[in-house]
Design a protein around this ligand. Structure first.
Ligand SMILES: *Cc1c(COP(=O)(O)O)cnc(C)c1O
Length: 396
């Protein structure tokens, strides 16, 4: 099937919730993908930070094949070996003591919201309100879109659940002012992803931690986009010298399979008891054995180290492009999560890059070009990708 046929079928039968580019991707290998007409692209979108190990990584393929042959799914009525192993590995490598598994970022945040509320009802005398940030993104369920600091995701979905309010990202005083009698937790992305790759100012997350400690609030980090090596460390919070009480993961966790997780400290997650929360697919044998293979590959095969090294190459490349083009206002990022803020509309540049064989995404108020290459990207890939980017900028 060619691109055109796939486009027609999508338009005829699929709910129109996405504005899609007019290609159908059918194959991938490493940092490259191919569309149905055989055209090759350099994939610096990586399924929006999902394909951390790139496409068809041998460790991922092997784990899928091996697990598919033995056991795909059983319910959480029984113990699941790869789930227990993955939970142990995540706890050993993080601040957390226990993990709840689900299937997406929104569900991981939904679980975090539910845990914070249950903790609030049991341990904080009935608190439930959650303070989150302007321009944040936390998902599309009713609770998580209410936590999300963007009006557009809420349009037409009233009535929304109560107990959420937003304050500007980077402003601890605003959080302090927003704390009320019912405030239970603060929810924040260590680096805002959809908001436009916004890096917090020095000290922000530490001050937030201090404020939460002083006021008896839970601190929740949404690491759905920043987690699993994207910033050069396994979790972004490691850069900032602070630990949350609850953290959420999804995107890159399963190497392309849908899996989400909520990690928490014992004294918090203790509020979840049998029957409090559940998911039929959550933590099933297939996704957990693949996530375990992804985690081991990130740590043992030097992928994290590559990410940190290639981060510098990316930064230098983008900085030198910035010198050449006045429409670039700012270059910012960490690890292999980079944003280029521009004067005007990012959509046309993203579309032109696609025509030239480079996949990137836009973010922020559609004024940020976002680069999220696989963490296995090489210097040669980066040179090629940024050459395409520079050529596209020159043609604007
Ligand atoms: C993508 C994202 C989500 C939502 O994840 P889904 O899997 O699409 O539900 C939540 N939080 C952050 C920070 C994200 O980047």
């Amino acid at each position: 099937m060619k691109n055109q046929k796939a486009i027609e079928m999508t338009h005829s039968y699929v709910a129109q919730t996405y504005a899609r580019f007019p290609i159908a991707l059918v194959r991938g290998k490493g940092v490259k993908v191919w569309d149905a007409n055989g055209k090759q692209y350099l994939d610096f979108a990586a399924g929006i930070a999902v394909n951390g190990l790139g496409h068809s990584h041998p460790a991922v393929v092997r784990a899928i094949q091996r697990q598919a042959k033995s056991l795909l799914h059983v319910s959480n009525l029984y113990h699941i070996v790869p789930q227990a192993e993955l939970a142990r590995e995540l706890c050993r490598r993080s601040f957390a003591d226990r993990v709840f598994f689900c299937n997406s970022g929104a569900e991981a945040n939904e679980a975090a919201v539910k845990l914070a509320r249950r903790y609030g009802s049991q341990r904080q005398g009935g608190k439930y309100e959650i303070i989150s940030m302007v321009n944040s993104f936390h998902g599309r369920t009713l609770a998580t879109l209410t936590a999300t600091g963007q009006e557009k995701v809420r349009l037409g979905f009233d009535p929304l659940p109560e107990g959420f309010r937003q304050v500007p990202f980077g402003d601890v005083d605003a959080v302090e002012d927003a704390i009320g009698e019912k405030t239970a937790a603060v929810l924040v992305e260590p680096i805002q992803g959809e908001g436009g790759v916004v890096i917090p100012r020095e000290g922000y997350l530490k001050e937030l931690r201090q404020l939460c400690d002083d006021r008896g609030l839970l601190l929740i980090f949404d690491e759905v986009q920043t987690g699993m090596g994207r910033t050069g460390k396994l979790f972004a919070y490691e850069h900032f010298g602070v630990e949350p009480d609850i953290m959420t993961l999804a995107k890159a966790l399963g190497g392309g399979l849908p899996v989400g997780a909520m990690l928490a400290k014992e004294e918090v997650v203790y509020s979840f008891t049998p029957g409090s929360h559940a998911s039929t697919f959550g933590g099933n044998p297939l996704v957990c054995s693949v996530a375990l293979a992804v985690l081991k590959t990130l740590v043992r095969d030097g992928v994290l180290r590559n990410c940190a090294r290639m981060s510098k190459v990316f930064y230098q490349g983008l900085e030198s492009i910035k010198q050449r083009f006045e429409l670039i206002r700012d270059v910012r990022g960490m690890g292999l999560m980079w944003g280029v803020e521009i004067e005007g509309d990012a959509s046309k540049i993203v579309a032109d890059c696609l025509s030239e064989g480079l996949l990137i995404t836009s973010a922020g108020h559609n004024d940020v070009l976002r680069f999220l290459p696989p963490l296995i990207v090489t210097r040669g890939d980066i040179d090629k990708g940024l050459a395409i980017f520079a050529k596209v900028l020159a043609s604007q």
